[in-house]
Design a protein around this ligand. Structure first.
Ligand code: ADP
Length: 494
């Protein structure tokens, strides 16, 4: 049987560099595809932080120049391996572009992000064309790699080695499109004729995600519901027309989770491994460890309600702030919030946490180990997103027996089933779902969850049920493979 060779191009991947769910996907999808017989290579930027983690990274000796506008910018290539898989990871280094404290800029994006990722995209093509064997699929992720399908299509003569490959653009979040001023078009090396409203331009600006969507052979996003939402307003964030025009090749495939990194049976970040059989003991031990970590002498006995995520508008943190303001004094729950993001949101959280010491614990920062511990310790996980392409937090919660309270949007619709007498009976219930984007709707759903929590048998049954669900990559990797195979069969449009 022919082995499908896949090149994944992305701006972050666990464990090398992470700001959010994209990294988790890139750290686990290649291995899942490899288990189905694909030969997957990943290419990411060699940020400063990738060298600070003690991972085995070696220079390849390969370097080349990449034309960026009128300059030749040098790329050096390092190699590593994706832990737990055979997949090669290439890291493209250029100190000026990537030897920086953060991936994209702190509170404010780096002003040269267009140049950094134009360089990365073109360097990825150069690297792909320098391999011994050609790739069949070039799989690009998010705006940072949106130029790759355009280069593949428009500059095909530069890389004959890649001419028979098919490109795929996967959208992990429509809210981040890589919008830059029009003069950055000069850096791409592509003809101005492509700077038009049907291709690379978006209201006078260069739009890199749109570029990827327009030029890729196949397009996907990370859940079926989000695939529908983005073809309409407001989900499409202005690109709904472009997406609708590509609906014949647009697929929605739910993300899987890395069940080796996220497994309460073996997680090194939690004090006592647990499964469906002994989750009570395991979660209690995590609770004790979390309380100690947060400076409490002992955990309190109220249900623990958590939020873990980026503190940005998308995640509905304002609802969590309002909710805690309303419920902090009722004594019904203890809250823990872990996140980092917009300073105004961080301040609002600090204020409400300050009003209810002993009831609200707030950790501002990015802490992978603590995220695992919170998932294990909590009873309930809040995911009140304004919109959510897929969401991994609720999938980790399910695996850790932490019942999610989610808003009915995007991937949350596809992954969480509301608890009702019927869904409990049919064994499908997995969380508490609310519709309206407001704190009262969230509060109602949380109160339903807390009521269920106070019924010990009901809750234990629900926890066992959700922990037994399979959110691994197995089924979703098959869907990707099917998409790749279907694209290979389609004639390549000229
Ligand atoms: P998104 O990709 O939009 O940020 P997801 O739910 O898909 O949302 O993925 C979020 C990932 O980032 C999860 O792995 C979550 O645990 C992690 N994460 C978010 N914020 C933090 C934080 N402050 N500390 C540790 N991990 C975090």
């Amino acid at each position: 049987m022919r082995v499908l060779r896949v090149l994944m191009v992305a701006s972050e991947a666990t464990p090398f560099a992470k700001t959010g769910g994209l990294a988790d996907v890139m750290g686990s999808l290649p291995g899942a595809l490899a288990r189905l017989g694909c030969d997957v290579t990943l290419v990411i930027p060699a940020y400063r932080e990738v060298f600070a983690k003690g991972l085995a990274i070696e220079p390849t000796g390969l370097s080349f120049d990449v034309p960026i506008g009128t300059r030749q910018v040098s790329a050096r290539v390092f190699r590593s391996r994706l832990p737990g898989s055979q997949s090669t990871v290439f890291l493209i280094a250029n100190d000026e572009c990537f030897d920086r404290p953060t991936l994209y800029g702190g509170g404010k994006d780096y002003s040269d992000n267009a140049e950094r990722f134009i360089f990365f995209s073109r360097a990825a093509m150069e690297l792909a064309a320098r391999q011994d064997r050609p790739f069949d699929i070039i799989h690009c992720h998010d705006w940072q790699t949106g130029l790759v399908p355009a280069y593949h299509k428009l500059l095909a003569q530069s890389w004959p080695m890649l001419s028979h490959a098919r490109s795929v653009m996967t959208i992990h979040n429509m809210a981040y499109q890589g919008l830059f001023w029009h003069w950055d078009m000069l850096l791409t090396g592509l003809d101005w004729k492509y700077f038009n409203w049907q291709q690379m331009e978006f209201y006078g600006q260069l739009n890199l995600l749109k570029t990827g969507i327009v030029f890729a052979d196949g397009v996907s996003t990370v859940s079926p519901t989000y695939a529908r939402e983005i073809q309409r307003t407001p989900g499409g964030c202005g690109l709904e027309g472009v997406l609708a025009s590509r609906s014949d090749v647009l697929r929605g495939i739910v993300n899987g989770i890395d069940t080796t990194l996220w497994d309460p049976r073996s997680d090194p970040h939690i004090p006592r491994p647990y499964s469906e059989q002994d989750f009570d003991e395991g979660k209690y031990a995590a609770r004790v460890a979390l309380a100690a970590r947060l400076g409490h002498a002992a955990p309190d006995t109220r249900p623990l309600v958590a939020f873990v995520g980026r503190l940005v508008e998308q995640k509905g943190v304002e609802l969590v702030v309002e909710l805690m303001g309303r419920m902090g004094g009722t004594g019904r729950a203890h809250f823990v919030v872990l996140g980092t993001g917009e300073s105004g949101t961080e301040d609002a959280l600090r204020r409400v946490a300050g009003s209810f010491p002993g009831t609200i614990d707030l950790v501002i920062g990015f802490d992978e180990g603590l995220a695992h511990l919170v998932q294990a310790a909590a009873d309930i996980m809040l995911v009140p997103s304004r919109f959510e392409p897929c969401g991994l937090t609720q999938l980790y919660a399910l695996r850790y027996g932490t019942v999610p309270v989610v808003r009915s949007t995007g991937g949350l619709v596809d992954t969480v089933v509301d608890t009702t007498p019927e869904t409990l009976r049919s064994g499908k219930a997995s969380g508490f779902v609310f519709e309206a984007f407001d704190a009262i709707a969230l509060e109602h759903a949380l109160v339903r969850a807390l009521d269920a929590h106070s019924n010990r048998d009901l809750w234990s049954g629900l926890v066992r049920q959700v922990m037994g669900q399979d959110w691994s990559w197995e089924a979703s990797a098959r869907d990707y493979l099917q998409m790749f195979s279907a694209l290979e069969k389609r004639p390549r449009p000229s």
